[in-house]
Design a protein around this ligand. Structure first.
Ligand code: NDP
Ligand code: MG
Length: 406
């Protein structure tokens, strides 16, 4: 019997976490769940603790304090109860070989970076840390020997389409920038479903409710990324994620709307070939690929039935109705600390929209306002990233509280 590989699932109570655990359940002979983290939803975390009996768990300190001692005693080797430190401990535990980074937003920054610094294989769904400081994450991988594995579906698709030597440049943190021309890679194209408002008029979009924004037509995801998909900021963040992870310039990356969400992205080669990866829109496919790479195992997902789908459509995104795409591309172009500001302002604005404190069309307005105020600076170290993030969050919150028009 082959030895089981240790896995930590960060964000186990969320959408990525639940897809990851489904794949891990299929391959109990290959993987042992060593660590799990949640945050507020203890009702979702408790049954997972009982099922997987991980050595460590972490969650929000106040939530952990309500777990009764019977559950804690079920965890061998002690538990890390305290918030972000707890997440870092789970991500760096010596028995963990692979970390699935599935926390939502900038809250996953420290634990993702810690996993990379500890030399783990890190399956990165949590795109925000890459948006904020992808270069720091890649540098850390070069030093520690970590293996970076993109599992955001588009970036995983691109990874799958790259020749082996460029795949190694991605996993090692070198990025493909310097060798892409030699390998004939000219451009990459990210596909976007277009979200729930693809065919909605600008007037109707401006009054969209949280329930409408959360109703994604093809993917089933957590609330923050669902709203980002409705504004198309998700694709903007993915553009920056692709620049960061692959070491490419934003001018080498195209975005195209593909409502069926079965072609997950493409690599363009200089002989005119375009190689893409297809599959049903289900995160268990990239997660399974990331876990078993370079082998492939079953993911529990049926093969795509193209005859049933019939038609695949493609169109240019409408930059007038979806200004977030323009803001994100500007941030990618300027670089430095601007993506941190874009991300922080967007997280605050999405939260305010979900709490009904601002309207849907005010989300990009908050981001735009912040980008106009923000003084770009060099991203030197983690402290600078965290400080910039906190500073922008405070500015955006204050602006929302004052009212956008004042
Ligand atoms: P969810 O909202 O479903 O889950 C988020 C997870 O993070 C939950 O386990 C949540 O815990 C935990 N969490 C929330 N806040 C904190 C915090 N402050 N500290 C630590 N943990 C926290 O999100 P998704 O699974 O949809 O997305 C996760 C990440 O993956 C995002 O970055 C997203 O962009 C990316 N992604 C998601 C895809 C998807 O299909 N869902 C596809 C591609 C990328 P709790 O619920 O217990 O509070
Ligand atoms: Mg994606």
């Amino acid at each position: 019997m082959t030895e089981q590989s240790g896995v930590a699932v960060l964000g186990a109570t969320g959408s990525i976490g639940s897809s990851a655990l489904d794949v891990l359940r299929l391959h109990r002979d290959r993987y042992k769940v060593v660590g799990l983290t949640g945050w507020k939803r203890m009702a979702a975390l408790k049954p997972l603790m009982r099922e997987f009996v991980p050595a460590q768990i972490a969650a929000e300190p106040e939530s952990v304090s309500v777990i009764d001692t019977n559950f804690l005693e079920g965890c061998e080797g002690g538990c890390y109860l305290g918030g972000e430190e707890g997440l870092v401990a789970v991500a760096t535990h010596p028995d963990v070989d692979t970390v699935i980074a599935g926390v939502s937003g900038a809250a996953g920054l420290q634990s993702t970076l810690a996993a990379v610094e500890a030399g783990k294989r890190v399956l990165i769904a949590n795109k925000e840390p890459l948006v904020m400081c992808g270069q720091l994450v890649r540098n850390a991988a070069s030093v520690s020997g970590a293996c970076l594995m993109p599992i955001d579906s588009e970036h995983n698709a691109i990874f799958q389409c790259l020749p082996l030597n460029l795949q190694q440049d991605v996993t090692s943190g070198r990025g493909i920038g310097s060798r892409s021309a030699g390998a004939g890679v000219s451009r990459i194209t990210l596909t976007a479903s277009g979200g729930p408002f693809l065919r909605t008029s600008a007037a109707a979009i401006s009054d969209a409710t949280p329930a409408q924004a959360l109703a994604h037509p093809t993917w089933n995801m957590g609330p923050k990324i669902s709203v980002d998909s409705a504004t198309l900021m998700n694709k903007g963040l993915e553009l920056i994620e692709a620049c960061s992870l692959f070491g490419l310039d934003e001018s080498q990356i195209d975005i195209i709307i593909h409502p069926q969400s079965v072609l997950h992205s493409m690599v363009g080669f200089n002989d005119g070939s375009l190689i893409g990866q297809m599959g049903n829109p289900d995160m268990r496919i990239p997660i399974s690929y990331g876990l078993s790479y370079p082998e492939r195992t079953t993911s529990g997902i049926e093969r795509l039935n193209l005859a049933e789908i019939g038609v695949l459509e493609f169109e240019q995104p409408d930059l007038e109705r979806f200004p977030s795409l323009v803001l994100a591309r500007e941030a990618a172009k300027t670089g430095r600390s601007v993506p941190i500001a874009l991300n922080a302002a967007n997280e605050i604005a999405v939260e305010a929209f979900l709490d009904r404190r601002i309207s849907f069309c005010e989300i990009p307005q908050v981001v735009d306002w912040i980008l106009q105020k923000h003084e770009p600076s060099e991203v030197s170290d983690l402290e600078h990233v965290v400080d910039t993030d906190l500073e922008v969050r405070a500015m955006a919150s204050e602006m929302i509280q004052r009212g956008l028009s004042s």
